[in-house]
Design a protein around this ligand. Structure first.
Ligand code: GCO
Length: 446
């Protein structure tokens, strides 16, 4: 459609993450991460699946590259597993050659397919040995991460110039350390806050190392959500402001303004050392932003948190049900809010993830007709184009995900792919949305 022509300057991409697609958890000298521990403990993953073999991209990366080439995307966002490069995460370890060889091959396959690699250096697979020493609550983890980044940059920095540092630190802190829904499954509530600071420091540390290796684009991938009060009551507005603080500003303010928002109401302090905020807020070429849905909250007086998430009124939902409403207009509003809040310190935004799961068959005999996904993606791209027309600078858009994959605690029950994957055989079958995205990219380029 005509209106999407405003997007002709964007780079288009599709995303995956190592633990969600690779399988091969015990091959190539790979070590154990907090996600291996999480999936191996009974009861954590809804369908008991372990991500292995899953889409088996460890063995099928050439097929994935061919699918990306057929899609016509400019770029591919995938992640490099820390436990493949430094299996135990220990200080001063010699990097694991087989792990680096694997990503070397992946990069060459992508370049040969005409797709620019844009790897993420941390998509949740923290080495278990580091979690035993406090994980992201421990400042040393930042230095260990730097060693992983150094090993990867040494090996790939001649061919890879676009990088993501850390992925969705809010999910790790809130769901991983505060609420226990994701690995490492800790339930520390507000005591989890140091994990925020250390992940942001990991971003800054990685950015410095990558720039020394000639990086042209470095960004974190920050998940945001527009927070809506359930009613117009003042208490609901206050609850929404608190969640907005914890979910959005806690990450964007330090990255873009070099300071944390006022955390007095949380009665917590960040473990900041001299120089940290400068490192965290060193300017980046783009701001990576993952967006899926708004969050509606109501205020509550009892319990550990001052708010509770509730269904968004009158919104259609994805495969996840009522807490994943479909409201593309909130992406437009969030992008405009970002610009209003951060003004000239906000670089162009790259949507580093956007997508949806819908109930789809485990085995397909003919291509899945995922009209609901096409509508979701189309409407969110339209929202992006409205934000662009309103003056927000957007440099790229990324679909989550190229492939159906291991959806964390939801195992294989939530399918996000443009390409269907049979998890028993690894067979890949493009869905209608794959053809739609391919045609969309071609048409905005025309
Ligand atoms: C992330 C996301 C992805 C999810 C996607 C759908 O960390 O980037 O959590 O890994 O699969 O957001 O839930």
């Amino acid at each position: 459609p005509q209106t999407l022509q405003t997007l002709s300057g964007l780079r288009f991409s599709a995303a995956t993450a190592a633990f969600q697609i690779e399988g091969a958890r015990t091959l190539g000298g790979r070590g154990r991460s907090i996600w291996d521990d999480f999936v191996d403990a009974p009861g954590n993953v809804i369908d008991g699946s372990t991500a292995d073999p899953g889409p088996d991209s460890y063995h099928r990366s050439a097929e994935d590259a061919a699918l990306l080439s057929g899609l016509g995307v400019d770029r591919y966002r995938f992640s490099i597993s820390w436990v493949r490069t430094i299996p135990d995460g220990k200080p001063g370890a010699t990097p694991n050659a087989a792990g680096l060889d694997h990503y070397d091959r992946v990069v060459d396959e992508l370049l040969a397919a005409g797709v620019t690699p844009e790897p993420t250096l941390y998509h949740w697979d923290l080495p278990s040995g580091l979690e035993a020493e406090g994980g992201w609550l421990n400042r040393d983890t930042v230095h260990r991460f730097g060693e992983h980044v150094e090993a990867v940059a040494n090996r790939l920095g001649d061919r890879v110039h676009h990088w993501y540092t850390i992925n969705e630190p809010a999910s790790t802190s809130l769901q991983g350390y505060a609420l226990g829904e994701l690995a490492p499954g800790r339930t520390m509530l507000f005591d989890a806050l140091p994990s925020v600071h250390h992940q942001l420091l990991a971003h800054g540390t990685a950015a410095t190392i990558l720039r020394e290796h000639g990086a042209r684009q470095v960004a974190a991938a920050i998940n945001h959500s527009l927070i809506l009060p359930e009613t117009d009551a003042e208490s609901d507005h206050r609850a929404a402001a608190t969640l907005d603080l914890i979910y959005n500003r806690l990450f964007a303010d330090p990255l873009l303004l070099g300071e944390y928002p006022d955390l007095e109401e949380l009665d917590e302090q960040m473990p900041i050392h001299d120089g940290d905020m400068e490192l965290i807020s060193a300017p980046c070429e783009v701001y990576g932003l993952n967006y899926y849905n708004p969050t509606t909250v109501r205020s509550v007086n009892e319990g550990p948190l001052p708010f509770e998430m509730v269904p968004t009124p009158d919104a259609a939902t994805t495969g996840f049900g009522p807490l994943w409403p479909i409201r593309p207009d909130t992406l437009r509003d969030l992008l405009i809010d970002m610009r209003t809040r951060y003004g000239p310190t906000l670089p162009p935004i790259v949507i580093s993830e956007n997508g949806a799961s819908f109930p789809e068959p485990e085995v397909c005999t003919e291509p899945v007709r995922d009209d609901d996904r096409i509508a979701y993606l189309h409407d969110h791209l339209l929202a992006v184009s409205e934000a662009v027309e309103a003056g927000v600078s957007v440099a790229g858009y990324t679909v989550w995900s190229l492939l159906d994959n291991f959806e964390w605690a939801y195992g294989y029950t939530q399918r996000f792919g443009l390409v269907h994957v049979n998890m028993d055989t690894g067979q890949r079958t493009p869905k209608s949305s794959y053809e739609w995205y391919r045609d969309l990219i071609a048409s905005v380029r025309a």
